[in-house]
Design a binder for this molecule. Structure first.
Ligand code: EPZ
Length: 431
């Protein structure tokens, strides 16, 4: 098993270039199923969730050609199956976008329930509600296969009971070629929703309102090929910004869309971090202990839940007490146990964490519980005195391109080290 081994205590300085957005590309790749020609997609992050999605599409029959490590040409015309078995779908959460895309293309999809980070219960009732509104019959079959089938998809109004990124994307995918007008109300507004809409419109779709809570989709008969470049990753950018601040560093975070980062920069400024915004980069500089602040996670444009663990690490060093309320996921504080092992003082009660700031952390053997928790543990390791060993790093590599190289270029002392099997078992404490 490989681990990240970090010797902390060095402020991060220099420049880092942000990769393409994971949560955009994992929706855009399935969306190519709807195109009737080759799609050339640039700025694809080289991460394991993307390799998993490309692998699934290839197994289904898509022709995929790598132009370079971040650009592919994909031709999905050769896909002739609408079935995705558990062995494939379990590899990532976004495999559920194959339901909407296959339904949109074949009027039929059989896709096993997806995998992904454990953040609490992750129902798909709103996705199903959307498919049914468009005329599909959806049943749950053996082996947790979701079977969605329609004679014909017809545009309709879909009101989402909860603001859901996944349901909004799946409804868009299923509706884009449905006959007539589909209106998605209470839609999610994340940057990746807008990126998917822009991609589909480049293919010839007619989608308006993405980025607001009402998305209108007028169905079209055919979608053609295109050339498209994925937007920069909001959460990767935020992670490097918080890492810079938490280590009292000075980092220029390049290739970002500052507008997408407003909720993150606002909270950093509240903690006393110096932020300078340029057209497509942000400089983050911190010279002292952060001030306390309270955070409530919300759908975009609120503070993103996917930045909550990283911010907890910053606030673990704050002067005073901070409160974090998680309002998107039921179980996103599992990392608190790991952080406590490093000397942080964090009390979790349900969906609220109270953090009493301390000055410094100490290195420890810890684990990445999920993708963003893993990123947070890396930041904790950069702050801590001594050595931190992080296991289960596959979670981190699902979503951060070249994470070791990027942090090393900022001066971090981190390496990915292979450990023999006998060494794997770390005593993680009682319980
Ligand atoms: C997406 O997950 C992201 N994943 C998550 O990022 C992110 O945390 C989340 O959106 C919120 O921003 C991808 O884009 C692949 P939701 P998703 O549907 O779509 C409830 C990361 O670290 N809900 O917006 O699964 C649900 O339980 C990951 O990159 C229903 O009740 O999230 C949750 O409480 C982890 N019924 C809330 O809505 C449904 O049918 C938001 O979930 C769907 C969701």
């Amino acid at each position: 098993m490989d681990k990240f081994v970090i010797t902390g205590g060095t402020p991060l300085t220099g420049e880092v270039t942000i990769s393409g957005a994971k949560n955009a590309v994992v929706a855009i790749l399935p969306a190519t199923i709807l195109a009737e020609d080759v799609c050339r997609i640039e700025n694809i992050p080289n991460i394991s969730d993307v390799s998993a999605m490309i692998n699934i599409l290839s197994i289904m029959g898509a022709h995929v050609k790598y132009i370079n490590k971040n650009t592919i040409e994909i031709d999905t015309r050769y896909i002739n199956s609408y079935v995705v078995e558990h062995e494939l779908s379990k590899q990532l959460r976004a495999s559920y976008y194959l339901i909407g895309a296959l339904l949109g293309r074949f009027n039929h999809a059989e896709v096993a329930m997806p995998g992904g980070c454990y953040l609490g219960v992750r129902p798909i009732d709103q996705h199903i509600k959307g498919f049914e509104a468009l005329g599909a019959t959806v049943t749950m079959e053996e082996n947790a296969m979701v079977n969605a089938r329609a004679d014909k998809l017809l545009g309709n109004s879909i009101y989402l009971d909860v603001v859901s990124v996944g349901a909004t994307i799946n409804c868009m995918l299923a509706a884009v070629k449905a006959k007539g007008l589909t209106i998605i109300e209470n839609a999610a507004k994340e940057p990746h929703i807008v990126d998917l809409a822009n991609f589909l419109n480049t293919l010839g779709a007619d989608i308006r309102g993405a980025g607001t809570d009402v998305i209108k989709i007028r169905g079209v008969e055919k979608l053609h090929g295109c050339e498209y470049s994925i937007i920069p990753d909001q959460i990767e950018a935020g992670t490097y910004m918080v890492a810079a601040a938490a280590t009292k560093g000075d980092v220029l975070v390049k290739n970002v869309i500052p507008k997408h980062l407003e909720s993150i920069t606002a909270k950093l400024i509240e903690c006393g971090v110096e932020i300078t915004e340029y057209d497509d980069s942000i400089r983050v500089r911190m010279t002292r202990r952060p001030g306390k602040c309270n955070i409530k996670t919300m759908p975009h444009p609120g503070f993103p839940t996917d930045m909550q663990p990283q911010f907890s690490v910053l606030l673990s060093q704050a002067k005073g007490m901070s409160i974090i309320s998680e309002s998107v996921w039921d179980n996103r504080f599992r990392y608190a146990e790991q952080l406590s092992r490093m000397g942080a003082v964090i009390h979790v009660d349900g969906k609220t964490a109270v953090i009493e700031g301390v000055d410094g952390l100490r290195g420890a053997p810890i684990r990445a519980d999920d993708l963003r928790a893993g990123a947070a543990m890396m930041i904790a390791g950069f702050i801590a005195g001594g050595v931190t060993e992080i296991e289960d790093i596959h979670h981190i590599e699902r979503g951060y391109e070249n994470v070791v190289e990027k942090f090393r270029a900022l001066g971090a002392n981190i390496e990915r080290r292979e450990f023999p099997d006998d060494d794997q078992k770390i005593q993680l404490g009682a319980g």
